[in-house]
Design a binder for this molecule. Sequence first.
Ligand code: ATP
Length: 447
Amino acid sequence: MRGREVTETDQANTVDMDEIVSLCKRRGFIFQSSEIYGGLAGAWDYGPLGVEMKNNIKRAWWKAIVQERDDMVGMDAAILMHPRVWVASGHVETFADPMVDCRNCQARLRADEVEGETCPNCGAVGQFTDARMFNLLFKTFAGAVEDEASVVYLRPETAQGMFVNFENVLTSSRKKLPFGMAQIGKSFRNEVNPRHFIFRTREFEQMEVEFFVRPEEAPKWHEYWMQERLNWYLKLGVRPEFLRLKAHAKEDLAHYAAACSDVEYLFPMGWLELEGIANRQDFDLQQHSKASGVNLSYFDEEKGEHVVPFIIEPSAGVDRPLLAFIVDAYRQEEVRGEKRVLLKLHPSLAPVKVAVLPLSRNERLVPTAREVWSLLRPHFMTAYDDAQSIGRRYRRQDEIGTPLCVTVDFDTLEDEAVTIRERDSMEQARVPVAGLVEALRERLPAP
Ligand code: ATP
């Protein structure tokens, strides 16, 4: 483990996960998939606020990883790939978890997640079957015939789409080592035991970097990316005492990795992985070169030699970080004797940036308030709310993390100014409508 030492005595995360799940549903962040049919295990739907927040996370990542760097390019590969990709990558053979069944309640559990002989589902002792390996690849068929020859897999990671395009990207972008590719997209794993809300699901999104370096420089770049990725979460406001880098023990490393560290967040369920940063060595390019017969190497003009680059891979989810951002931002405060629930999200992650609130539904106020709303819509993700008291509407915006509210009152009709109310400090400032867009922009820092 690098960075700050974390001990048993560290602060626990006392946020109640049930409250988070309930807020996410009530306010339209996340719903159970196919809920009206009783739900589907391991699948969740993002509602109007959830999709905004997810897009904001992906945008912040893309900006930091692709837009602001001179050594990265993006790409977007198909989810379906040639089945031989997954043979060469080792997934068909080894992408499996050990699984046990409880003979008493028929629960199917990951063997490495049960402790001792007691079933966590029904409490029966000594009723587990022997562990069997269970492959996590989702299989389906391409085309009209359902036979072995038409089997394709839903990708369990986005990474392979970048490895197999190494040559294409290298020649078309004319990048030199070290350089990287970045991709965001859906991945699928038939997890034995999906759980902890959106933490472990069967369908999820990933944001992955494959960074190609000269072999002797791999340890240096591994260090670099670990720090870089930890800093990304810190810049987006996650409290440092709830974040850590944790190195995998040698015996826990995947067969292709020389080293791997995870960025972990202290969830109410304990320290859990948000992303892994691995030194994959030259495993992937070597495997695909061998299996496809296409030489995936790099010609170093300065040294006059071919090298098979090593790969440093920071591989993050989207859903797990989203959950961490929400859990980390969740606060309950008391304001003037009343409870206030607050999502103290970084403004760049907040689903709604500005809410326009007329003081009341008075017919003189509403047209002006709607005008202010249309003035802001091209510039920010906004909301408009005129139901119930202004205090309750502030609370509603606090609960979804809206950093700024704009209140239109009777003075607005005279002085053409509005009040900006800031979420965290609850401070208010009077601003002319003419300069409102700039005034709001100044208060919304970029990631
Ligand atoms: P775990 O050990 O928790 O199963 P992993 O080490 O297999 O995770 P990786 O293969 O390193 O995960 O995937 C990279 C990232 O993709 C993870 O850090 C996580 O954010 C995300 N991810 C992987 N599996 C899932 C899943 N089942 N549900 C949601 N996100 C996932």
